[in-house]
Design a binder for this molecule. Sequence first.
Ligand code: CP
Length: 303
Amino acid sequence: MRSLIDIIDLTVEEIDELIATANDIIANPDKYAEKCKRKKLATLFFEPSTRTRLSFESAMLELGGSVIGFSGANNSSAAKGESVSDTVRTVGCYADIIAMRHPKEGAPMIASMRSPVPIINAGDGGHNHPTQTLADLLTIHREKGRFDHLTVGLCGDLKFGRTVHSLIHALSRYEGVQFVMISPDELKVPEYIIQELEKEGIPYTETRSLEEAMPTLDILYMTRVQQERFFNEADYIRLKDSYILTPDKLETAKSSLSILHPLPRVNEISVAVDNDPRACYFKQVSNGKYIRMALILKLLEVE
Ligand code: CP
């Protein structure tokens, strides 16, 4: 039995397989309509979500399965003090697979050690978000046709942005990828990730200037400043509008640039950018459902 806790739990070959399956689902949805008949997905969301929870639920429904779950800790016995381990041992009696989001880093990993069914990490605190990364990878692959030899700009809250951490880990495995990390000093990528990049000899630069980085980028991955992870409201207010992508800032960008954002957006991409053909963030939303369908099939070992 396999769970997915960190994106590096999957080999690059397995990621290729998931992308191939997702592309086949997009092309031939009817072929998959009953693949998970009589299977149940539980979505245990101890933190708010729109895309991740609903895309997991849509994914299972489109595979012919069914869905149970809760969308807030207060709607579960966690509010009475039940541990994550006991929760998943219980839900494992009702469901075949569990997608879990939790505010505490490592909670899905602990859950996977006690669960009788596969656990999918749907976001753990400021740590990782591997299925968002799968959605990002499918989007990059559909836009660029490859993962290698790309200059990837990561912009915004690189400290608390769990999607950024998982994406760096995923793309670091491909030849010729370099990262341009664009953030205020207070929201730089955590030191442990920098140390991993240095150890592996993966090229990266850090800058505060989006304008300076823009002409070099093949991918621009914008992120929201993560209000819920701040201890101090004043710091959030000071930093929240550090970067706002507008059409004029894109004037120096490559015509082949792909603009990604895991969403939700607050203010960091102007709605005026949405009609730019380089804007891919709503494609990411759609791709998220298909790659989660592929992942459910893989973890449930459905042919
Ligand atoms: N990208 C993402 O995780 O969105 P939600 O918080 O809405 O699930």
